[in-house]
Design a protein around this ligand. Structure first.
Ligand code: PAF
Length: 282
C-alpha cells in the first residue's frame, strides 16, 4: 500500500495510474477507521482497478472547536488496519496546506436547500466545510467512483448534488450503514462511549426498527410521540431530534403521501457523544 503524504506525491501517483488507464475508486475519511470504512473499500474493490482512501480531519466542517479537538486521531493504527485489510492500494494523508493553501475556510455552496434541513440546522456551516474538502479531494484524486456511507445520508445527498452541479463526472455510490451486532451504527465517535453505553445505545437502532413497523400504520405525529416517550425513559440519553423526511428533498413530512419515499432520521446525544442514524421506511 502506498502512503502519500502530500499533494505532489499524490499527483505523481494519480498521473501514473491515469496513464495506465486505471479506474479509480475513492473513499475519503477522517481516520479513526472501523469496519464501516472497510465496507466502503469492499464496495470500491468490486468496481475499480484501484482503491484510494484519504485520512484528513477537516477543520472547516466542525462548528464546535471542542468537537474538533476531541475527534479521535491515530494514524498509525489506521495505517496498520488498512495494511491488514488488503483492500486499499493507496492512502492520501494530506497536510492542512495541501487542502487549504491559503486559509482553512469553507467555500459557500448552494445545495438546492438540502443544506438547510436536519444537520444543517443543528450544525451551521458544516456542509459548506464538507463540500469544500470533498470537492478539493475529488479534484486532486480524480476518481471515477466515490464511496460514502448512508449513515451520513444528508452528507451523501449533498455530495451527489455538489458533484452534479459542478459537473465533476464522478459516480457517487452510497453504501449501506454498517452496524455492530447489536444494531448500533458504526461511527468513529462510538470510541468515546464506554462498552456498557455502546450496548445501551442499541436502543437507537431498535427505535428505528419500531418506527418502520409503525410506518403507514399510525400517523407521523403519533410516531414522533412514541419515539419521544422511548427516550424520555432513558437516563443519560438526550433525543436531539427525530423526524421523518422525504428521501429526495430531505424535507420533514407531517403526512405519508402515497407515492413518496420516506426515511426516518434520529440524533441522540449519549454521555455527550452525538450519535446519528437513519433508516429507509418500507
Ligand atoms: O464522512 C466523513 O468522514 C467526512 O465528512 C468526509 C466525507 C471524509 C469529509 O471530511
Amino acid at each position: 500500500m502506498e502512503v502519500l503524504r502530500n499533494k505532489k506525491t499524490l499527483q505523481d501517483f494519480i498521473e501514473r495510474q491515469k496513464e495506465m488507464g486505471k479506474k479509480i475508486g475513492f473513499a475519503p475519511t477522517m481516520g479513526a477507521l472501523h469496519n464501516g470504512h472497510l465496507s466502503l473499500y469492499e464496495a470500491a474493490r468490486t468496481e475499480n482497478d484501484l482503491v484510494i482512501s484519504s485520512i484528513f480531519v477537516n477543520p472547516t466542517q466542525f462548528n464546535n472547536a471542542e468537537d474538533l479537538k476531541k475527534y479521535p486521531r491515530d494514524v498509525d493504527r489506521d495505517l496498520s488496519m488498512l495494511e491488514k485489510s488488503g483492500l486499499v492500494d493507496a492512502v492520501y494523508i494530506p497536510e492542512v496546506q495541501d487542502i487549504y493553501p491559503e486559509k482553512a475556510e469553507s467555500l459557500h455552496y448552494d445545495f438546492d436547500g438540502l443544506e438547510n434541513e436536519m444537520e444543517g440546522k443543528s450544525r451551521p456551516g458544516h456542509f459548506d466545510g464538507v463540500g469544500t474538502v470533498v470537492e478539493e479531494l475529488f479534484r486532486q484524486v480524480k476518481p471515477d467512483n466515490a464511496y460514502f456511507g448512508e449513515k451520513d445520508f444528508q452528507q451523501l445527498a449533498i455530495i451527489r448534488k455538489m458533484t452534479e452541479k459542478k459537473q465533476l463526472h464522478i459516480n457517487i455510490v452510497g453504501v449501506d450503514i454498517y452496524r455492530a451486532e447489536n444494531g448500533l451504527a458504526l461511527s468513529s465517535r462510538n470510541q468515546r462511549l464506554t462498552e456498557s453505553r455502546r450496548d445501551e445505545a442499541k436502543i437507537i437502532y431498535e427505535t428505528l426498527v419500531k418506527v418502520n413497523d409503525w410506518f403507514r400504520v399510525v400517523s407521523v405525529s403519533e410516531i414522533k410521540n412514541r419515539v419521544k416517550d422511548i427516550f424520555d425513559d432513558q437516563k443519560g440519553m438526550n433525543l436531539e431530534y427525530f423526524m421523518i423526511a422525504d428521501e429526495k428533498t430531505l424535507k420533514e413530512t407531517d403526512f405519508f403521501y402515497k407515492d413518496k419515499l420516506y426515511r426516518a432520521f434520529i440524533v441522540v446525544v449519549v454521555d455527550g457523544v452525538r450519535l446519528i442514524d437513519n433508516m429507509h421506511l418500507d
